[in-house]
Design a protein around this ligand. Sequence first.
Ligand code: PMP
Length: 354
Amino acid sequence: MSHLPQPRDELGLREGYHSAQVDVEVRLNTNESPFPPPAEWRKALLAEIAVMDLHRYPDRGATALREALARWHGVRPDQVFCANGSNEVIQCLCLAYGGAGRRAATFEPTYALHSHIAHLTGTGVVAADRRDDFSLDLNLVADLLAREQPAITFLCSPNNPTGGAEDAPTVMRVLEETSGLVVVDEAYGQFADWSALDLVDDDRPLVVTRTYSKTWSLAALRLGYLIGPAPVVTVLERVALPYHLDAIQQAAGRLALDHVEDMERRVATIVAERRRLSTALDRPDVTVWPSQANFVLFRPERRKGSEVWQGLVDRSVLVRDTSSWPGLEGCLRVTVGTAGENDRFLAALDEVLA
Ligand code: PMP
């Protein structure tokens, strides 16, 4: 019998969020960029690190980084909040606006960390299902929001793992139906045709989260941010730990913005490859859903999803096995890789499905 203390009851035995890490040649399971960041950026970062005052605490307000992001997005620096990945942005949102006695709304299936982080912060989670095609049923959305009065409503556009994006009328309708905060998670926003960023206004309870982990090819950096009303940013700064962003992260994120064209080229390549993957997956024995992100959700119709996943692993190709997730029975999610990686995936899938 262990005498170690027990954690908070409401944590339950919830498992963390993990993707199986298998040693393979082609890794298409965690929606990272298949391309490294530009060499020029690396050089500039190393030069800054060489003269950095590492014995001093970093700039607590991440001033230069926020100014650079504000300039790029055409907003004010006091409308930008940065954190360790957009996951920490979401955690700060839940700490500030969720908590005991409050609820967060999600529309399932969606990014599992929205409900997971809400749970961890003691926020109740209320959910409605998406339609069979994974779009939002706005009547169901309105019912949920009226019934539960959530403090936070999570939209995910494009939605992970289903790939579809929302549009302006949908986000405006959700804003009309709730007096709480609406969070549009745009981790994949730059791969999509539309962004909610244009709707951000100091008088509107809307925030948009973004990350350096996908389009900027900087998942290892752990840097994400939010654009939203200045008063919301002030609140988030109060719940974030002091000096939560280190000096190297801040410099790295700021310097990345000197290479916007390079980033846009990478995004265009991935979008073109996504079209090619989606077209190739459009075959009689596979259902594929339209994607505006850097991944594609598909379902083999004549074989079990988990068997197909294993068959791909046996051919050294790793995709995300979502086949046992509620609402995603039999489905797999493949991240768009380089042309060569996508060829490997398609050839392996051909063999497995033959
Ligand atoms: N939001 C969504 C929808 C995601 O898919 C991810 C990454 N899996 C994140 C947020 C978190 O990204 P990060 O913490 O790396 O910024």
